[in-house]
Write a protein that binds this ligand. Structure first.
Ligand SMILES: [Mg+2]
Length: 484
């Protein structure tokens, strides 16, 4: 009967590997010293110094390796089909050894000590929710999850076929066989390059892989992503109800949608016009009437932001902003086309209301220029568009240096939204509510059926659990049911 193994602790595993290498080195040196016929007292001194510089193996660590099968953290709903026996389980055939008798431990091959977790495949499953489920699979069975574009979303640059092309032609050949825990290294390779090879993938493609790698790291270590990022400043995060397409609605129609969020318990709101930069100054009078109606409905002082979605010129933005300020506004988002950084600075300098920008921007270097030239009051990196949790975390850190509050762009519910929330949870000065919308998520009951109730807010707040990774409870039956 196999000995019951202690719980997996990767840190201990690393120590054990060091000890195993040292044991092998010591054994070889003893043989070498004996061959050289050095005086016994000199050999003893040499061996003592070597011993001091190594880490002594412990009983539990040595027995963990000799017992073989490592207990990998697995999600309880992960399909048994996806679980594989890790190569390290072959160590189970090695004889038992005692830490108190390290010299009797059989030499352990360098290959065995260097064996590590490896990516074996990356798959996408198109779902009826309008997104696809991306899985990074490993030889230990543990998986990392993210959401990719769905096949029924015809948005240039973000279609499933575009992502599939990157996945098959670049990402899989690059990452399969690699250790998934080397997150920064993979980010650098995909976003920039490696050695003399230039990759330079779009940030939203890098971001999908990065989300899944962080989820995988959490499952492998048994810790939530926010803990691995340095610890949560809070695990209950206020959300704001975000609703868009204002350009095609009447003010009353927009108010009706705001009322839905209000009835769900939300205390903060944002209305988006979704004009885009190619419909500039199309109907600012109606925009203001819409803002006024919603502002009067939220008469208890609830948070209300206004998003022009790039739709104004400089003068219109300043005029609108002053009128909003008279009624009470909490932030004025993307008043100008994204590229007009000098114009953004004019608007931000002219208005008292906090002007925000950054949801379309990729990578920390652009955010640097955004602050230098546009100088918005609030930065709004999107978890995918900015390059994934790794990059958003860096932008958050830079924001403290720039003295800029952050407020992530994230109009959705699901895995990627959870990645944004986990990253945002680590910000000490996250005084603004996080975005939430059902417009790009699919039906919330289906989202909850797929990923668990934990991805949905309660009374306008998101409660982050201490489950490993992003806290997703993937329901394989629901995945099968909702697969296109
Ligand atoms: Mg926006």
């Amino acid at each position: 009967m196999r000995e019951k193994r202690p719980p997996h602790n990767p840190a201990n595993t690393r120590v054990a590997r060091k000890s195993g290498n040292a044991t092998t080195v010591i054994l070889n040196l003893i043989q070498d010293l004996a061959r050289r016929q050095l005086p016994s007292n000199l050999s003893t001194v040499i061996l003592m110094k070597i011993r001091i510089c190594t880490i002594a193996p412990t009983t539990s660590l040595t027995s963990q390796h000799s017992a073989g099968k490592k207990k990998w953290p697995r999600h309880p709903r992960t399909s048994p089909k996806s679980r594989k026996v890790h190569p390290r389980s072959t160590e189970a055939t090695q004889p038992e050894a005692s830490a108190s008798q390290p010299s009797q431990h059989p030499p352990i091959s360098q290959k065995a000590w260097l064996a590590t977790l490896k990516i074996t495949d990356i798959t996408t499953t198109p779902l009826k929710t309008g997104k696809s489920l991306v899985r990074i699979q490993t030889d230990a069975g543990v998986e990392g999850w993210a959401e990719g574009p769905g096949v029924n979303k015809i948005v240039p640059g973000r279609t499933a076929s575009v992502f599939e092309a990157y996945l098959e032609s670049i990402i899989k050949p690059t990452l399969i066989g690699e250790n998934p825990l080397d997150i920064d290294r993979h980010w650098e390779t995909l976003a920039q390059g490696k050695e003399d090879r230039l990759y330079k993938l779009p940030a939203n493609i890098v971001g999908i892989i990065d989300v899944a790698l962080w989820d995988l790291l959490g499952k492998e270590t048994g810790k939530p992503v926010y803990t691995l990022m340095g610890g949560a400043a809070r695990t209950v995060i206020p959300l704001y109800w975000s609703t868009g397409s204002g350009w095609k609605f009447t003010p009353q129609e927009m108010l009706d949608i705001v009322t839905v969020g209000h009835d769900m318990g939300f205390e903060a709101f944002k209305i988006r016009m979704d004009w885009k930069g190619w419909r500039q100054d199309a109907n600012p009078t109606k925009d203001f009437a819409m803002f006024k109606l919603v502002r009067e409905f939220l008469s208890d002082g609830q948070y209300l932001g206004f998003d022009a979605n790039n739709g104004y010129s400089v003068s219109t933005a300043i005029q609108q902003g002053r009128k909003f300020e008279e009624l009470g506004i909490d932030h004025f988002e993307e008043p100008l086309p994204r590229e007009d950084l000098p114009g953004l600075k004019q608007v931000a300098d002219a208005l008292d209301v906090a002007v925000s920008a950054g949801e379309q921007d990729a990578y920390r270097w652009w955010f640097h220029h955004l602050v230098l030239l546009g100088d918005p009051d609030i930065l709004q990196p999107d978890i995918l568009s900015a390059g994934g949790p790794s990059e958003v975390k860096k932008i958050f850190d830079l924001s403290t240096m720039w003295n800029k509050p952050v407020m992530p762009h994230s109009p959705q519910a699901g895995i990627n939204s959870m990645a944004s929330l986990h990253t945002y949870a680590t910000v000490q000065n996250a005084v603004r509510p996080h975005e939430f919308s059902t417009e790009f998520s699919g039906p919330l009951d289906e989202v909850a059926e797929l990923y668990g109730e934990g991805v949905l807010p309660k009374a306008g707040n998101m409660h982050l659990s201490d489950r490993p990774g992003l806290g997703i409870e993937l329901n394989e039956a629901a995945v099968a049911k909702l697969t296109l």
